[in-house]
Design a protein around this ligand. Sequence first.
Ligand code: B12
Length: 267
Amino acid sequence: MAEDLKQMIQAKCRGMDIPLLGIVSVSRWEDPSLNPDMPQAFFPHFIWPEAESVVVIGLPVHLPALETSPSIWYREEYRTINTLLDQYTYRIAEFLNQHGYPSVSIPRDGYGHVSVLVHNPVAFFSHRHAAYLAGLGTFGVNNMLLTPAYGPRVRFGSVLTAAPLASDPMMEGMLCTRCMQCVEQCPVQALSAEDYPDGLTDTATCAGYSLRLNEHYRSPCGVCIKVCPVGEDRVHYRREDTGIYRNRTDAEGLHRAWEHVRRYGVK
Ligand code: B12
């Protein structure tokens, strides 16, 4: 029965063109080796006691739009993905409800405005951690979850369900190559080369920069996910060489195109 339901969820996601899907039992949050820093209040079954499993989906950020960041193009793409995440997770929850399993989706972000994050850069549930526990990827130096298909260029959404579902295997090894391009190219030096947990993002600095960009309709920043060399999408878009972001002479035409986009839709 549980296997049938899992297959039905997989088919539903395929029908919605969702490329990344992971399923995890809430029991994985109880393992302290997998959740070293996370207070219990952030566990799915603390937030909603009926939760037995979490369904996590991932939608890719398309690299050509991200490459223009900070720009109106990336901002709009980001907003489109956010809307889809909320709609798809709502639909998956409703699909499960209609099959008799109480379920509810969690908003892809969970804060009112970027200004809130400067002082309180935390939401009530971590989608990247849910994606990690559901086997979708491994953490990188940039504190993002890296996936084989898209590196960190993927945004996640989650559904809590009372349906007992078998967990997908967690990913082994490390996708991050520790190339440090994210650390070196962060425009506000908010990232650290140190390992977790010492190297967590300086969230006030990152959120403060995002707030400034937001005044000109150019947030979020996204440089730390743009420059990451991990992800098959780099091959798909013929962008294996991440040196192009630093060396203008290697990609003069691209730099001119990005600058053109950045001039529009801003104050
Ligand atoms: C607050 C927030 C921010 C803040 C603070 C970010 C931060 N590093 O904490 C600011 C504004 C700075 C920010 C910036 C960005 N964000 Co943001 N943000 C969030 C948000 C809304 C809440 C995160 C949160 O508080 N979770 C609750 C706490 C308890 O968990 P946590 O912070 O995720 O981390 C815990 C664990 O995961 C663990 N952990 C962290 N690292 C590691 C590593 C290892 C090895 C282990 C074992 C554990 C571990 O420790 C933490 C404490 O318990 C989430 C959406 C969401 N609701 O999940 C998006 C989210 C994390 N952001 C995302 C993105 C993409 C970005 C940006 C790239 C901007 C952009 N959209 O272009 C930048 C990147 C900044 C960076 N490199 O850190 C994505 C990440 C996708 C991914 N592939 O991982 C998310 C998940 C949004 C989404 N729905 O997809 N963000």
